[in-house]
Design a protein around this ligand. Structure first.
Ligand SMILES: *[C@@H]1O[C@H](CO)[C@@H](O)[C@H](O)[C@H]1NC(C)=O
Ligand SMILES: *[C@@H]1O[C@H](CO)[C@@H](O)[C@H](O)[C@H]1NC(C)=O
Ligand SMILES: *[C@@H]1O[C@H](CO)[C@@H](O)[C@H](O)[C@H]1NC(C)=O
Ligand SMILES: *[C@@H]1O[C@H](CO)[C@@H](O)[C@H](O)[C@H]1NC(C)=O
Ligand SMILES: *[C@@H]1O[C@H](CO)[C@@H](O)[C@H](O)[C@H]1NC(C)=O
Length: 571
């Protein structure tokens, strides 16, 4: 190219001179071998970091006639004018910043003239590289989603940076600017990012990692010094939650209550569990493991526990329901689970009065038959009474009281919580006397103490007394005056004695006898107590005017008492 142009120019000049009819040689640039010494700057190389104003070249040419030469430079239309030349000396100065990465070759027309002939040549100047470019990351921003269960050592991404410089200054290596505990590594040459061997990711502790990556070139000359250039970028690594955390119940411990107004279907409590994998939570399936005694149900999706029966049919006051929350996997299989306890209390509403029970269930009358005169302190074992109040706490606290002939009986205990055996004890035995009345009646009361309702129960306590021979026949007087007229015929009645025995039956039947000196003349009717003279007796006051004897009243067991029978004169 160069040679061709030059030849054209020379031909043109030769033709010019021939036609002028006069021979004048054109000036020319020295052209002796290596480009550095080319007089016309062709193939000259200049580093892009050369400062503006630097003298970079000296154009060198001559004229065969020895005439002084002048130089000039021109650039193609529209292109940047990088150089200026001093016309006399040929000194070429840089007038514009160079940038190899934009333009690595400059085309310029150099000319030399001796005033008559002008030689113009097109030359190329090469711009050489300096390390002025930093590596430039491609495809920013770096945002990566990786599964939580990515295996240690796995490659997860490749970063790439381009440095437009040449050679070492354009080669790129990578490293991570991170703490020694970092979970990632990068291959310096390939830019491949990996999970560090031995490290695992955990969405639950760190859902996002920010890693700073540095791209560094191999260094090179720039304005006379060795320069290394680098750039940094942030890699955002989003850890995608995997199925690795069990669900867990929220808001435990759980307490529920059953009120006596509850009905089958009443909501008792709603449990709630959350999948530990919060990124992609699975649905939860609830179920009752045990402890529900068949009286609770759970909605497997809502966790709502309901009652399936009526509260009065419940046998416990407290239920500990074990509830399980399982994660439901993509194919409806149950995965990890958590278990919790729901404590359900049956709340009492004082709706049970105290109740007396006999051996066969509730009873309101208790009756015993016993002998009179039990010793004081004796427990009346014939009564088998229990009392209970199936409420709870204060609602089941009540007092026991006996109402009836006072101080005869005592009831223990006096204060009851829930349930007690009722014991009745003789306090004052004298009141328990068949002769005063064969039947004793009391009311046994149970009255709640601390409730507004003061529910109560009453039972009749009836004691039927059996008699004992506790009385001896008793004469109506300590002595009786017998009067009989002299010469009364035999068999005349003289006096009638009476002894009473309140006992019943034979124990109350009195048999009279008489004895003592002077009793021979008399007889007594054993059951009526009528004393009369013996049939053969004829009393003569002159013979004996005073008679004294005893009368004995005796019951069937031989219990007896005596009285005196006196004649009037003996008084
Ligand atoms: C120009 O070239 C000639 C011949 O090679 C040389 O002798 C002379 O020193 C050069 N002049 C400059 C200024 O380089
Ligand atoms: C041209 O360059 C030479 C050699 O560097 C220098 O001595 C001379 O002063 C320069 N002339 C001009 C006009 O800059
Ligand atoms: C309920 O189940 C758990 C686990 O199987 C067991 O440990 C516990 O004893 C059970 N409780 C009852 C009341 O059955
Ligand atoms: C369980 O609860 C869900 C949500 O409240 C409801 O849609 C569903 O009907 C309930 N299932 C049963 C069997 O009650
Ligand atoms: C009350 O006591 C009676 C007799 O011991 C018993 O049969 C009954 O079950 C008790 N009732 C309650 C609610 O405890």
């Amino acid at each position: 190219m160069k040679k061709e142009k030059k030849t054209h120019a020379l031909l043109f000049l030769l033709l010019l001179h021939v036609t002028l009819g006069q021979y004048d040689y054109a000036p020319y640039f020295y052209d002796n071998g290596p480009s550095s010494t080319n007089g016309n700057m062709d193939l000259f190389s200049i580093s892009e970091d050369t400062p503006v104003g630097t003298q970079i070249y000296i154009l060198n040419g001559t004229d065969p006639e020895g005439d002084p030469v002048r130089y000039s430079l021109t650039f193609e239309k529209g292109s940047m004018e990088y150089f200026r030349v001093d016309p006399k000396t040929g000194n070429v100065t840089l007038t514009q910043e160079l940038d190899r990465e934009k333009q690595d070759e400059i085309s310029v027309l150099v000319s030399i003239t001796d005033g008559r002939n002008k030689v113009v040549e097109t030359v190329r100047v090469f711009v050489t590289d300096a390390n002025d470019e930093s590596p430039e990351f491609q495809n920013l921003p770096f945002i990566i989603d990786i599964p939580e269960d990515t295996a240690p050592g796995s490659s997860i991404y490749r970063v790439q940076a381009v440095d437009k410089d040449m050679g070492s200054g354009g080669s790129v290596t990578y490293y991570l600017q991170t703490s020694p505990f970092a979970k990632f590594t990068i291959d310096g040459h390939s830019g491949i990012l990996r999970v560090k061997p031995g490290e695992t990711l955990d969405y639950e502790t760190t859902p996002t990692h920010f890693v700073t990556v540095v791209a560094k070139d191999g260094g090179g000359k720039y304005k006379g010094k060795h320069q290394v250039m680098s750039s940094t970028a942030t890699i955002t690594i989003n850890v995608v939650d995997a199925q690795d955390m069990p669900p867990s119940f929220v808001g435990t411990p759980y307490f529920g209550y059953i009120y006596e107004v509850s009905v089958p279907g009443s909501e008792i409590f709603t449990v709630f569990a959350k999948d530990g994998d919060q990124g992609i939570p699975n649905p939860i399936h609830y179920s009752i493991m045990n402890g529900s005694d068949g009286v609770f149900d759970i909605n497997s999706t809502s966790g709502c526990i309901t009652l399936t029966t009526y509260p009065y049919l419940l046998t416990n006051e407290l239920y500990e329901i074990k509830v399980k929350a399982s994660e439901v996997g993509p194919n409806d299989q149950l995965l990890d689970y958590d278990v919790t306890t729901v404590t359900v209390r049956v709340v009492d509403l004082n709706n049970h009065p105290p109740t007396f029970y006999g051996e066969n269930g509730p009873q309101s009358k208790f009756e015993v038959t016993m002998y009179e005169h039990p010793p004081a302190g004796e427990i009346l074992r014939g009564f088998k009474i229990t009392v209970n109040d199936s409420d709870q706490g204060a609602n089941a606290k009540f007092k026991l009281r006996l109402v009836g002939p006072s101080r005869v009986l005592r009831v223990v205990p006096q204060t009851v919580l829930n349930e007690a055996q009722v014991t009745i004890i003789v306090e004052d035995a004298s009141g328990i006397d068949y002769e005063k009345g064969p039947t004793l009646s009391f009311k046994l009361l149970a009255v709640e103490i601390d409730t507004p309702e003061r529910f109560s129960a009453t039972a009749d306590i009836v004691i039927n007394l059996l008699d004992t021979n506790d009385n001896i026949p008793k004469f109506t007087s300590e002595y009786y005056i017998a009067r009989v007229a002299e010469n009364s015929p035999g068999g005349s009645s003289v006096v009638s004695v009476t002894a009473n025995d309140p006992d019943s039956g034979p124990w109350g039947e009195v048999k009279y006898t008489i004895y003592g000196s002077g009793s021979d003349l008399f007889a007594i009717h054993p059951t009526s107590g009528l004393i009369f003279t013996q049939p053969w007796t004829s009393l003569d006051a002159e013979v004996r005017s005073k008679y004294n004897f005893y009368v004995k009243a005796e019951d069937s067991e031989g219990k007896y008492s005596l009285a005196e029978v006196l004649s009037p004169s003996s008084t």
